[in-house]
Every structure is written in C-alpha cells, then in structure tokens.
Write a protein that binds this ligand. Structure first.
Ligand code: 13P
Ligand code: ZN
Length: 273
C-alpha cells in the first residue's frame, strides 16, 4: 500500500491540520507522534528506505524496535496536508531504544521534532502503564499559555480551575493536569520532568510554552487538548471581566458529577477555597 493511503497516516495529517486551524501551530510550533501498530507497519513497509542510525538523546528501552510517525523539526503544521512527505517521517527505534533511523519521509532532508526525547519518554511511560496509548501531541495552546502567567504553577490549582470552567472537564480528564515550570525545551531534562507527570496525568502544561497530551487515538488526544484549551479560554474570558467569580461549580457539585458519571476525582483537587 502507498503510505499516504494508510488510514493512520490520513488520521495523523487530519489531526495536524485540525491543530493548525485551531491556531495552535504558528510557524513550526508544536509536534505530533504516533506509535504505529505492527500490522500497520507491515502494510506500508514496501515504502521504507532506512537511513543512518542517530542517537535519540535519551533511552527508551521499553520501546525498542517500535516505529513512529512523527512531525519534522522546523516543519510547519500548515504544510502537513499539502506536502506530508516533506513535513513528517516514519522512524524506527533500535532494539536498545537508544537510536532511531528515518525509514520514510522528510524527503528534502531534516530530522524528527526537536522534542523527540519528550515524545518518546512520554510514549514509554504511557506504554508501560497501558499499551493502548499511541499518540503524544504538543501544541502551543494560546489560553493555557496565558494562564501560566497568572495562576500558580501548581497541578492542583490548574486542574481545579480548568475543571470549574466547563462541566465536561472532570469527566474528560478526571486524573487532572500536571504543570512543568519553565524549562529549556528540546532536551532530556524537560523530557524527564514531563514523562514523570505523564505517569499520573494525560495532560502536562509547559509554563509559558504550551501543553502535551497523551491518548489512545487521534480523536481522543485531539479532543483532550481541545477540551482543556477551551476551558482555559473560558477562564481567560472570566478573568478579563472581573477578578473573582460570582458563582462556580462547587466541591459538592464535583462529587455529585463523579457519582453520576462514574469517575473517580482525586481528593487533592477537591479542596475548599
Ligand atoms: P520542532 O519544530 O522541532 O518540532 O519544535 C517545535 C516546538 O514546538 C518546540 O517545542
Ligand atoms: Zn513547543
């Protein structure tokens, strides 16, 4: 099968374009990766032409031998839909999970996203907890970024504020949201900090930068990013009108919601204000 005809590639491109249309991917901002299923690898293998092995910059032993579809470093999300072979690539990891090689894509040169260490460490953490996780998504979500200038950089505060802004939020991300303080992007240190949070959460905020989301498929992962960012937008609007809320969703309301929707909300987020 031609690789661009594969459903997982079409789904990846659609998600990249959806993110572009949301305004989360100025220039080359953001990156996306998908852990390809073995049968999907088999179905497109005829397109592969392996290049040189390159160090990942971190080690992900649990992912040795896996293949990923990844956006390219410096590539623009808005171009994924018109020139996917220039904008993204398939990489294969070696058995030790120390090196990768490009086997398809980036036809005009380049390398996978500079955030590859964060993507792969997040994938590894999620894979070890639940192998159903396949998508890691980094976006420069405007309103979440704005909130990192005015809210304490604290998991409990971000989670509770986002939960309060839209009734669906505690149901969509009942485990909450983690917050990484400002760190230099692109390296192993921020990858370690993010992947630690991703053991507990499916969402991690990067202060003054953006957000990471993890999920089982493109719809769930995009929907998670979209829901959190929309909630942040509502909070930005509320704070722009006045500094306090006249009324909100209460702790008792959250408990009632959790009971009826059959979700467990950690007590650490249900503090009295
Ligand atoms: P890349 O172009 O290397 O993917 O970097 C974009 C980005 O958002 C870095 O955090
Ligand atoms: Zn970024």
């Amino acid at each position: 099968m031609k690789i661009l005809d594969a459903e997982f590639v079409k789904g990846f491109i659609r998600m990249a374009n959806d993110g572009w249309e949301q305004g989360w991917h100025e220039r080359n901002g953001g990156n996306l990766s998908y852990r390809i299923r073995p049968e999907e690898v088999e179905s497109v293998k005829e397109n592969f032409e392996p290049r040189a092995w390159t160090p990942i910059g971190t080690t992900v032993p649990a992912l040795g031998g896996e293949y990923f579809l990844v956006t390219g470093s410096g590539k623009f999300f808005r171009n994924c839909i018109i020139d996917p072979a220039d904008s993204m690539c398939v990489i294969e990891l070696d058995k030790a999970g120390e090196n990768y090689r490009i086997v398809w894509g980036l036809v005009n040169g380049g390398r996978p996203t500079s955030e590859l260490p964060s993507h792969l460490m997040n994938h590894e953490g999620k894979f070890l907890i639940d192998p159903k996780y396949r998508v890691i998504y980094h976006a420069h979500t405007t309103n979440i970024i704005a909130l990192t200038f005015v809210l304490p950089l604290d998991d409990a505060v971000f989670t509770r504020e986002l939960w309060e802004m839209a009734t669906e939020c505690p149901v969509v991300f009942p485990d909450g949201v983690g917050v990484v303080p400002w760190m230099v992007p692109g390296g192993r240190d921020i990858a370690v900090a993010t992947s630690e949070l991703m053991k507990k959460y499916d969402l991690a905020v990067w202060a003054h930068h953006g957000m990471f989301a993890a999920g089982e498929n493109f719809d769930i992962t995009f929907g998670l990013m979209h829901t959190a960012e929309k909630s942040a937008e509502i909070l930005v609007k509320v704070l722009s009108m006045r500094p306090d809320k006249l009324q909100t969703i209460t702790v008792q309301n959250f408990r009632d919601l959790a009971r009826d929707f059959n979700v467990t909300l950690p007590e650490k987020f249900l503090y009295e204000k």
